[in-house]
Design a protein around this ligand. Structure first.
Ligand code: ZN
Length: 386
């Protein structure tokens, strides 16, 4: 390979890295090719671990879109906060969690250091973005200040707000409008870098073309950076450090500039529950499949449901999971989904299957065993078909 071919290969490699994103377990990415039809992406276990995994944004024009929604990384109750949630909406491992319990009286001097939540000098949680970390800090600080009898209603209100589909739909529309020109310029930049530049250099020669190609490339990256800065200030007014860093890299690094729309969109819906984002973005059939898995997991969580034997910790886990289940089921019914029908038992794959796991729906020949993939959940026996 010539030096020029190496240069394009390195640029393509850098761009491929920009298309990959790391998300935590307990998070779900929604990706789209055109911004209209969306699909679910869970953190992959092929290139991932018990903490998270990779997701892939659409690498080719029209460059698509990517948003990420998260479940809360802790259980909340009237007595305190447990850094563990039993729910696991992703296939495979449950997210790695400390299981530490803090009474609300201990939540003093809580502060932020970038993406980290610190209690004094000790790190108690690391979020994936600074905006999400800021949201979690506000949430914990607000609950810590309330009286114990006020916390239950406040927690339930917070759970309902995370399911606000009207707000999600409004944000999605605003995002699409704001990203329109950024994505158009990114597509032009993609064609310029990976099609026009190699063709012109091959046909005409680098000595004649390099200056014009570089000027056009930086004109495009600076335009993208300018639009990105404006949109970021509108959507994330307090994230000044993030805005400075991202604007700088978007203006100077071509590979980052090509994915500027992802940097903008990815945290947009991060404080909403994935099931509500799924309701807004997915087609009805895909939404119901997603909701079914999530509801089965909520009703039959992977075991152990609480790793901390301390009674207030176990109470908080149970309180939060039951509150989440109650509010999610009510929300589904409001949205025309009959939970009983949604969670209907599976049909046996063949005559040898006598039992199934109520969480992951794996089927078994004997009801004597349990589902080891779900931590030892007791199996349910297939009822005779009428
Ligand atoms: Zn199972």
């Amino acid at each position: 390979m010539t030096e020029l071919q190496w240069l394009f290969a390195i640029l393509a490699g850098l761009y491929a890295c920009e298309c990959l994103g790391w998300i935590r377990r307990g998070s779900v990415a929604f990706s789209s090719m055109t911004g209209r039809r969306w699909r679910v992406q869970h953190p992959t276990s092929v290139i991932g671990n018990h903490r998270g995994g990779l997701v892939l944004a659409m690498p080719l024009p029209p460059l698509g879109g990517l948003v990420v929604a998260n479940q809360l990384p802790f259980s909340l109750g009237p007595d305190g906060v447990l850094f563990f949630v039993a729910m696991n909406m992703n296939p495979g491992w449950r997210p790695a969690q400390s299981g530490r319990f803090l009474a609300w009286e201990e939540i003093v001097k809580l502060r932020l250091d970038g993406k980290k939540l610190l209690l004094g000098r000790e790190k108690i949680h690391a979020a994936t973005t600074t905006t999400l970390a800021s949201h979690l800090l506000q949430l914990l600080s607000m609950l810590a200040k309330l009286g114990s009898e006020q916390r239950g209603p406040a927690i339930k209100q917070m759970l309902r707000e995370a399911l606000d589909t009207k707000r999600i739909a409004t944000l999605a529309v605003n995002l699409r409008a704001r990203m329109k020109h950024i994505r158009l310029l990114a597509n032009i930049l993609f064609v310029h870098v990976f099609v026009v530049a190699p063709v012109l250099i091959t046909l005409v020669g680098i000595q004649v073309t390099w200056l014009g190609l570089v000027i056009v490339m930086f004109a495009l990256t600076f335009s993208i950076a300018t639009l990105f800065h404006r949109a970021h200030r509108e959507f994330y007014p307090k994230a000044t450090d993030d805005r400075f860093t991202h604007t700088l890299t978007t203006g100077l690094a071509v590979a980052t500039s090509l994915r500027a729309h992802d940097i903008l969109s990815r945290p947009m819906l991060e404080t909403f529950h994935p099931i509500a984002v799924a309701k807004v973005l997915l087609e009805e059939k895909r939404f119901r499949a997603f909701a079914r898995n999530l509801l089965l997991d909520l009703r039959h969580p992977m075991l152990p449901s609480c790793p901390n034997a301390h009674p207030p910790a176990a109470f908080t886990e149970n309180y939060f999971r039951r509150a989440t289940l109650e509010i999610t089921e009510a929300w589904l019914e409001e949205n025309g989904v009959v939970c009983h029908d949604l969670c209907r038992a599976p049909v046996p794959l063949d005559r040898t299957c006598h039992a199934y796991c109520p969480r992951c729906e794996s089927q078994f020949m004997s009801a004597e065993s349990c589902c080891s993939d779900c931590g030892g959940i007791e199996l349910m026996i297939f009822q005779p078909q009428r």
